[in-house]
Design a protein around this ligand. Structure first.
Ligand code: UDX
Ligand code: ADP
Length: 463
């Protein structure tokens, strides 16, 4: 089976970049990315590709090359489904905010709506690919909807989880560690798997394309994210031990990371991990474990989240305690709001929770982030529901210029590891601040020695 047309439902952080790279690498395949959100599609079609709705290094160039050639962004979901041989589902699967599994299970309502729409529209056989991270056995649910409500056409469901990390999405997509494709081991399943393998084989070597059964593929994605998040919570737990005992967590991380069995990656102590995946996927895993009665397994993984929440709270407490136990009416400047550098995504960013704590203490927060606009910051805080939006508006000021953001501040907190923060004129910042001038480096990126010699009272994580 040869794929000539792909439809991707969902033009978000996963669907947008993934499809842009598929289109770039497979000029013979027409790729149409559809979304219900008209503004989002309009932004993807902005004549100036620098204005596309997702900031990722290198992405606007990929979009510029493929858009209009074989990459299209549209709100006409039905038409794109109808003409495609393969439909990727790449819609959001947030944690449920209501009912059974509230705060834990994935909300699958968007997935189900997609499945129903695919069933309604399809007039010929299709391969349906789960791209969003989903709880194990979602494919079964999708299959049941498709088989029972469709127009008698045959669907093959594949699980093809995306492992890209934001901020490095384009390089991750261009040279992935592996591509994982899960499908049924039936003749129809094999044809579908091979068809998708052939798409990726246009630029990924075949030995990196793994094929498994559907459940293994779904569970591998949750497991990978749980392991990665667990490493961060482990090093963050050690960061507090280091602070209490006089060790330096960076030195500890370096020493253990050189053990080839442990490896050096994902050992950076921080103010806590954020992003749309880690917390959601672990909560999902916890929910699945509980629903099978595996309470010890559930408790084990839940501890990764508990540690992460603690690390965020510990950071805000440290700011309050160090500033003589009161931050009321004090200007505290946040450098960074995104959940990591090189992205404009703020989902579950530690900055949101640290700001929320400090606003409860009546601090005035000034924010500078090179890619996150004010309305996003305010909507992130409003979403927590801690106070009404007018109070958030009163508590938050945003700046286009980092030096202005820092002027007259009592303290600066680094929440995101943007490279530009290390290149600032820290003497100039020091001169403009209230004294004593405090820095709380939630990412351990600044030069401690230099800052201390300027006169800052410098606090890092884990030393
Ligand atoms: C993650 C997975 O890495 C990716 O494979 C999956 O597809 C989606 O989830 P992402 O959330 O985009 O990707 O970014 P990642 O680089 O994993 O960082 C997640 C969070 O952990 C960020 O807040 C980051 O700052 C933090 N982090 C990461 C640390 O605090 N320390 C580290 O050593 C690494
Ligand atoms: P992710 O990080 O998983 O890509 P996003 O929230 O960035 O998540 O993107 C998901 C996109 O899916 C959103 O733009 C949303 O509008 C879109 N979406 C959700 N449900 C549907 C649907 N039924 N049809 C089309 N698009 C949808």
């Amino acid at each position: 089976m040869k794929i000539t047309k792909i439809c991707c439902i969902g033009a978000g952080y996963v669907g947008g970049p993934t499809m842009a790279v598929i289109a770039q690498k497979c000029p013979h395949i027409k790729v149409t990315v559809v979304d219900l959100n008209e503004q989002r599609i309009k932004d993807w079609n902005d004549p100036n590709t620098d204005n596309i709705p997702i900031y990722e290094p290198g992405l606007s160039e990929v979009v510029a090359e493929a858009r209009g050639r074989n990459l299209f962004f549209s709100t006409d979901v039905d038409m794109a489904i109808d003409e495609a041989e393969v439909v990727f589902i790449s819609v959001n699967t947030p944690t449920k905010t209501y009912g059974k599994g509230k705060g834990m299970a994935a909300d699958l309502k968007y997935i189900e709506l997609c499945a129903r729409q695919i069933a309604r529209v399809s007039k010929n056989n299709k391969i349906v690919v789960e791209k969003s991270t989903l709880p194990v056995r979602t494919a079964e649910a999708i299959k049941s909807i498709l088989d029972n409500t469709g127009n008698g056409v045959q669907f093959q469901i594949l699980s093809n989880p995306e492992f890209l990390a934001e901020g490095t999405a384009v390089t991750d997509l261009l040279s992935p560690d592996r591509i994982l494709i899960g499908g049924d081991s039936t003749p129809g399943g094999d044809v579908a798997i091979n068809a998708l393998v052939d798409v990726y084989a246009n630029w990924v070597s075949r030995d990196k394309i793994l094929t498994t059964n559907v459940w293994s593929s779904e569970l591998s994605k949750l497991t990978a994210n749980a392991f990665l998040a667990q490493r961060i919570s482990s090093i963050n737990a050690m960061s507090e031990v280091c602070e209490k005992t006089g060790a330096d967590v960076n030195e500890v991380a370096r020493a253990i990371g050189m053990d080839s069995r442990i490896g050096a990656k994902f050992l950076k102590a921080s103010v806590g991990f954020g992003g749309s995946c880690f917390q959601k996927d672990i909560l999902n895993l916890v929910y699945i474990a509980k629903s099978y009665g595996l309470n010890e397994v559930a408790d084990y993984w839940e501890q990764v989240i508990i540690m992460n929440d603690y690390q965020k709270r510990r950071f805000s407490n440290k700011i309050v305690q160090t500033l003589y136990n009161t931050v009321a009416d004090k200007k505290i400047t946040f450098l960074g709001w995104a959940f990591k550098k090189d992205t404009n995504d703020t989902r579950e960013s530690a900055a949101i929770y640290v700001a929320d704590d400090l606003i409860n203490e009546q601090a005035k927060i000034s924010v500078y982030d090179p890619k996150v606009p004010k309305n996003k910051i305010l909507s992130d805080l409003d979403y927590l529901g801690t106070r009404n939006s007018s109070e958030n508006i009163d508590a938050i000021l945003t700046f286009e210029d980092p030096y202005e953001a820092c002027s007259e501040a009592h303290a600066i907190a680094i929440l995101t590891e943007w490279d530009e923060f290390t290149k600032y004129d820290w003497q100039r910042i020091y001169d403009s601040m209230k004294k004593p001038a405090f820095v709380f480096d939630g990412r351990n990126i600044l030069n401690a020695k230099e800052l201390k010699s300027i006169g800052f009272i410098y606090n890092a994580i884990g030393s």
